[in-house]
Write a protein that binds this ligand. Structure first.
Ligand SMILES: Nc1ncnc2c1ncn2[C@@H]1O[C@H](COP(=O)(O)OP(=O)(O)O)[C@@H](O)[C@H]1O
Ligand code: SF4
Ligand SMILES: [Mg+2]
Length: 333
């Protein structure tokens, strides 16, 4: 959480009732849908790190990519820096993304898969500069590539090498240099350290934090493990089966989780302090995560929630501000 309290910063990104369904072919020619993201509401403030957590398959990557319109949303609304960049009510008539592509970047989970193996590092970073006409002369371009490589802890002499000549951590640094090349404002960091050795994970996180402070960046930082984002996030959103179920300041969410699902997630996090540990009961969820192709009715968590009632099976819980700046969707709150 570089740079102190961001809770009064203006909103950079606003997401309203965002939905993303993927079509899949069902039996007998019937189209079915994967309901990957369902009615998500959230906002991200300028300069903050918004941590997005939830189990694998709950829709984190889909939400991140849909916000960037790398996936076209199914419905809902996205507002970036006061401009509507998607409004489902307008059907196919949507704003062009090119002006926003430069401002909104992504760092991928698997660095090796996200770098073209046939391109040198210099070409990879240079391509990003070219797409957005960032440099006027060849010399300016070369200098900028070298500067970017140094910013991410590589050196200029490495610009003629190919991605496979680098370690996983170095490949992720190349991916970060590519994202930074176009002077972005907002970066979706999609589990940028999950594929890396534990020993270098903190180096990458520290580098991202330093850059945030230096360049005033805003991050949507995705992780499947809440303990990864806890310390670096200003606010955290928790997803379950395509829904955002709770959202609050990082500290508040950690100390005072409201939603039954968040409570179970946190109960699984080891607590170093034995006194605190004693007071936190471990809750084990029964059953598997249901399929997003045919999600449970009402509250999607009802099949596994220890507090579920008849109402939960029938009625979708409303997304509400339960306490100031602390949101959740649950009938018993
Ligand atoms: N392109 C796609 N086509 C069909 N289904 C998809 C596609 N991308 C993701 N999904 C499905 O959407 C759900 C959410 O996936 P994802 O967003 O990758 O979750 P997470 O990042 O939280 O692990 C999963 O059930 C996944 O299989
Ligand atoms: S709405 Fe019902 S099923 Fe859903 S989390 Fe709340 S108590 Fe559990
Ligand atoms: Mg993912």
């Amino acid at each position: 959480m570089a740079g102190g309290d961001k809770s009064n910063n203006p909103v950079l990104l606003q997401v309203e009732n965002l939905k993303k369904y993927f079509p899949i072919q069902g039996g007998k020619g019937n189209a079915k849908w994967v309901q990957a993201v369902e009615s998500v509401n959230c906002f991200i403030r300028k300069g903050e790190t918004f941590g997005l957590v939830g189990e694998s398959g709950c829709g984190k990557t889909t939400l991140g990519r849909t916000i960037l319109r790398l996936h076209e949303p199914t419905s809902g609304k996205i507002i970036y820096d006061g401009e509507v960049i998607y409004d489902g009510a307008n059907g196919k008539n949507q704003p062009k993304m090119l002006p926003y592509r430069r401002k909104m970047q992504i760092i991928f989970q698997d660095p090796s898969a996200s770098l073209d193996p046939r391109m040198t590092v210099g070409e990879i970073v240079g391509e990003a500069l070219d797409i957005h006409n960032m440099c006027k002369t060849k010399e300016e371009r070369t200098n900028r590539i070298n500067e970017l490589l140094e910013t991410v802890g590589l050196n200029a002499e490495q610009s003629n090498r190919y991605p496979h000549e680098f370690s996983g951590g170095q490949q992720q640094r190349i991916g970060i240099a590519r994202a930074l090349a176009v002077n972005p404002e907002f970066i979706v960091c999609d589990e940028p350290i999950s594929a890396l050795d534990v020993s270098i994970q903190s180096q990458i996180v520290n580098m991202l934090e330093d850059m945030q402070e230096e360049l005033g960046l805003t991050y949507l930082f995705i992780a499947h493990d809440i303990s990864v984002v806890r310390h670096i996030s200003d606010r955290i959103g928790v997803m379950y089966l395509g829904n955002m179920v709770e959202l609050g300041a990082s500290r508040e969410l950690y100390d005072n989780p409201l939603h039954p699902y968040t409570k179970t997630l946190l109960s699984a996090v080891p607590i170093p302090d034995p006194e605190v540990s004693k007071t936190r009961q471990r809750i084990v969820l029964e059953g598997d995560i249901p399929s997003p192709i045919n999600p449970p009715s009402g509250c999607r968590f009802h099949t596994r929630c220890p507090y579920a009632t008849e109402r939960c099976k029938q009625e979708v819980p409303e997304w509400r501000e339960i306490e100031p700046d602390h949101f959740a969707a649950c009938h018993i709150l």
